[in-house]
Write a protein that binds this ligand. Structure first.
Ligand code: KIV
Length: 287
């Protein structure tokens, strides 16, 4: 079964993915698929391949703008790319990142920023962090804005965290992550991205809060779904590839010189491998 399993094959003919449909699929034990997406062309490719959730991530700072972090990304940038994706979207669930500086000062400021992204076509907004962010999540959800929270490695806090490192490794850090996840679930977050945390911890958080769908990236196989940055899983990102990423344009085990799969085939393989529990492989991609 799939979120799309009762549907005919073209995205236009499918009923739109909704939170209830995602929850039903998760309750059946089906793994959910999310990829980042920043433009209309890839929206069509990803939907055709069956990706259920599109994330207009502020990673566009890195992969589209050539920045070294997500910090320079503005609300205007996010609204522009969200509108590009929304125009092409036919059935997938559309999540947009709240960028650095657009939600931290007050819940009311966060609401204004979320409204701008929803007006651009987002169906859910994502914001990073626990602690003081919890009350903002409550403020937004009470006003009818679906929220995806984000814990673990939160790239907007990269300088405070001391770099792109695994989070929640020792008992004290794991306890804080568990407490933040519980508070975010209680505040109404419908989804939670868990980035770069040990598999066991991600699995515990997932099992403790069945009402909050967890989407892992570098968090093992125990989350409700998986997400990768599109350019990473297509093998387009320069530099050292993080351990949790697989280049889906390559047949497993093939050498770098072997001819690759097309973009559409690679995305189809990502969807198939997440659904069939072939990705992530905790021995290779986990911590
Ligand atoms: O911006 C982004 O791409 C993200 C994912 C890494 C989850 O937040």
């Amino acid at each position: 079964m799939s979120v799309h399993s009762l549907d005919t094959s073209t995205p236009a003919a499918r009923p739109s993915v909704s939170l209830p449909r995602l929850r039903e699929a998760a309750a059946r034990g089906e793994k959910l698929t999310m990829l980042t997406c920043y433009d209309a062309t890839f929206t069509r490719v990803l939907e055709d391949a069956g990706v259920e959730i599109l994330l207009v991530g502020d990673s566009l700072g890195n992969v589209i703008q050539g920045q070294t972090s997500t910090l320079p990304v503005t609300l205007e940038h996010m609204a522009y790319h969200t509108a590009c994706v929304a125009r092409a979207r036919r059935s997938a669930w559309l999540v947009a990142d709240m960028p650095f500086g657009s939600y931290e000062s007050s819940p009311a400021h966060a609401l204004d920023s979320a409204v701008a992204l929803m007006r651009a076509g987002a169906q859910m907004v994502k914001l990073e962090g626990g602690g003081v962010t919890v009350e903002t999540v409550r403020f937004l959800t009470e006003r009818g804005i679906p929220v995806c929270a984000h814990l673990g490695l939160t790239p907007q806090r990269v300088h405070a965290l001391g770099g792109f490192r695994i989070q929640g490794r020792d008992d004290a850090a794991a306890a804080i992550l568990r407490a933040d996840a519980a508070a975010l679930a209680e505040a109404g977050a419908a989804m939670l991205v868990l980035e770069l945390v040990p598999s066991t911890l991600a699995r515990q958080i997932t099992e403790a809060h069945p009402q909050m769908m967890t989407i892992g990236i570098g968090a093992g196989a125990g989350t409700t779904g998986q997400v990768l940055v599109l350019h990473d899983m297509l093998g387009l990102t320069s530099g050292k590839r993080p351990r949790f990423v697989r280049d889906f344009t390559r047949e497993p085990g093939s050498d770098a010189g072997a001819s690759g799969l097309s973009v559409a085939q690679a995305v189809q393989r990502y969807v198939a491998d997440v659904k069939a529990l072939r990705f992530p492989d905790e021995a290779v991609h986990g911590y």
